[in-house]
Design a protein around this ligand. Structure first.
Ligand code: ATP
Ligand code: MG
Length: 263
């Protein structure tokens, strides 16, 4: 089914449960072509469940209601997907990147597999090396995953996701396992690549500084509900909700907060 929408992705009225627990309630959000939207919120707020439901992954949370329009295709979020996400035009990098690489297989082999799985056998050597270089990745040689740093492994997983030339890249806390410097380098390279290729990004992060720097809009999630969704500048400068104010007020806590003992 097709429907014309001005947004690349439009999610409407998504609710989802794990068993009897309601983990997402009436979520609506949209992402415009080429835009970066960040979802922020505390641990357990439902951020990963939200991304997984959008990706059609019904574990652990099962949607009870909701639909999305992606690139004018209407998708019932409660139904099993007939089309794979890559066929729809989006790609997902999950929260736990270690699960994405096989420690016993050489990187070159895993890369070839990713290219084949994405149906990109047409991808020439030059295009492959351009993608890897744009993410700051060297030649694989005969190396195994453990011979690369965590930052490199994370960028490789993002490269796997980009092989399929998605219109939307969905990232669940892409830098949480990385030290701050590597995290900044990783995200800058990914965002530069996305901008160059007009790829929209939907990114879950705990890092407000990262969200403030890259996202056009922010969605603040608290206990399974979006409490605010709007321009990053407005939300950072004048959050309207109590929870938004709390999040933003703690943004610089490490710079300004001193314990009474001065420790
Ligand atoms: N496998 C699971 N089994 C049961 N409950 C789960 C499972 N995964 C998540 N939950 C519950 O679903 C809710 C939302 O979890 P979710 O993982 O989406 O949170 P999150 O916002 O991504 O948190 P974090 O920032 O820690 O990654 C939480 O109450 C969590 O306890
Ligand atoms: Mg999560």
């Amino acid at each position: 089914m097709f429907k014309t929408s001005t947004s690349l992705l439009e999610v409407s009225n998504l609710s989802a449960n794990i068993g009897r627990q309601v983990v997402l309630s009436d979520i609506s959000l949209d992402v415009q072509q080429g835009e970066c939207v960040a979802i922020i919120g505390g641990s357990g707020a439902g951020k990963s469940c939200l991304l997984r439901c959008i990706m059609g992954l019904h574990k652990p949370a099962k949607p009870t209601c909701g639909q999305m329009i992606f690139a004018d295709q209407v998708v019932d979020l409660t139904a099993d997907r007939s089309l794979r996400s890559s066929q729809l035009g989006f790609a997902f990098v999950p929260q736990n990147p270690q699960a994405g690489l096989d420690p016993l297989k050489r990187l070159a082999f895993q890369w070839k597999q990713a290219v084949r799985c994405a149906g990109r056998q047409d991808m020439g050597e030059e295009e492959q090396s351009k993608l890897l270089t744009s993410l700051g990745l060297p030649e694989f040689g005969t190396r195994y995953p453990h011979e690369w740093s965590q930052g490199m492994q994370q960028r490789l997983l993002i490269a796997f996701a980009l092989v399929a030339r998605p219109k939307l890249l969905v990232l669940d806390e892409p830098t949480s396992a990385l030290d701050p410097l590597i995290a900044a380098q990783t995200i800058m390279r990914v965002m530069a690549h996305a901008k160059e290729h007009d790829i929209a990004t939907l990114i879950v992060t705990h890092d407000l500084a990262l969200a403030a720097r890259f996202a056009n809009r922010l969605a603040i999630l608290n206990t399974g509900r979006i409490v605010e969704f709007g321009s990053t500048t407005t939300l950072m400068e004048a959050p309207a909700s109590d929870y938004g104010r709390l999040l933003v007020s703690n943004r610089h806590w490490s710079c300004h907060t001193r314990s009474p003992e001065g420790l």
